[in-house]
Ligand binder design. Structure first.
Ligand SMILES: [Zn+2]
Length: 319
């Protein structure tokens, strides 16, 4: 049985951001499958190509499964598409999201930032970063190269293997994990879920409104993963590990602490989202974690545990 003899190779790239690396995985067998493609080249320190880092020639790869359209996971998709005949699989919602007119998206991002309470230079920096990322995704997440768009939880047959796509939004609004059986073990290629020893930030679709449901989506994603038997996780960051339930439990606890921290900060309200960020985040994390702060504030408002009011150009939150 081919599945019992397959091996998994980790293809690791260095990254500027913690934890300093991101991994893709090659699963061999009658059909060779790659999960994620490594990061966009962001510095000269990084190897020039995916092929440099991988023991397989690009043309040996038959299938590429993408967990979510963040630059550190789909950054070298173009190289894979140009260097192989691989079939590419990705979450359908990513196509729909990226087909939205850019101006509509950037207008919404501008609105979100404008009412946040950051000062002018922070707002400009944030807008530049966010719109740069939106443009990057439209250029480098090659929608036309995707052969199979995956919807919700879906089983895919690849040669003699089945791969279960598991719908897991929250960290990103278009996130799938992929489960299959290798050597008698249930394994999960988890992208930015089930990472040890930390939880990936809740970004969903960042400042383009999907922050509204990130907390609920993320918890439901954990529910869905916890129902499965998983022996080993192959995450995008951190070590391969065999403690999925502990990892998911830690992720829940980490999110609970975030919600509690934001709720506690609101005792001093009414305050803007920028005030809350300043209160609960280290300064170095402010920009990166801001979508999670907004998600948490919206979660509290939707549960009746916080109020939100607009006063002139700004939005204020209170308990
Ligand atoms: Zn990610």
């Amino acid at each position: 049985m081919l599945e019992s003899t397959a091996t998994i190779s980790r293809v690791e790239f260095s990254m500027e951001f913690p934890p300093g690396h991101v991994s893709a995985y090659v699963l061999d067998g009658d059909e060779v499958i790659l999960f994620d493609t490594g990061p966009a080249s962001m510095s000269t320190e990084q190897p020039v190509s995916f092929a440099d880092q991988c023991d397989y020639a690009l043309e040996e790869i038959d299938h590429v499964f993408l967990t979510h359209p963040h630059p550190d996971h789909v950054g070298r998709l173009r190289e894979l598409v140009e260097g192989s005949d691989a079939d590419v699989y990705a979450p359908l919602t990513a196509r729909d999201r990226l087909s939205r007119p850019l101006e509509t998206v950037t207008d919404r991002i501008r609105d979100t930032i404008a009412q946040s309470g950051f000062d002018r230079s922070e707002r400009e920096q944030m807008y530049d970063d966010e719109t740069h990322l939106q443009r990057w995704m439209r250029t480098n997440f090659l929608v036309d190269a995707v052969d199979h768009w995956l919807v919700d939880d879906q089983r895919v047959t690849v040669g003699e293997r089945t791969v279960d796509a598991i719908w897991t939004p929250g960290h990103h609004a278009d996130h799938h994990c992929y489960a299959t059986t290798v050597d008698g073990e249930s394994v999960l290629f988890s992208g930015d879920m089930g990472i040890e020893p930390f939880r990936a930030v809740l970004l969903n679709n960042r400042l383009d409104r999907e922050y509204h449901n990130a907390v609920v989506s993320y918890r439901r994603s954990l529910d869905r993963l916890e129902k499965r038997t998983i022996d080993r996780i192959f995450p995008g960051h951190g070590p391969v590990h065999d403690a999925p339930l502990e990892s998911f439990r830690d992720d829940r606890a980490s999110l609970d602490r975030r919600i509690e921290g934001v709720s506690d900060a609101l005792v001093d309200g009414p305050m803007t989202a920028a005030d809350v960020s300043e209160d609960v985040l280290e300064e170095a994390h402010a920009m990166h974690f801001f979508p999670e702060i907004l998600s948490t504030l919206t979660y509290l408002v939707n549960r009746g545990q916080a109020s939100r009011e607009r006063d002139r150009d700004l939005v204020y939150y209170a308990r």
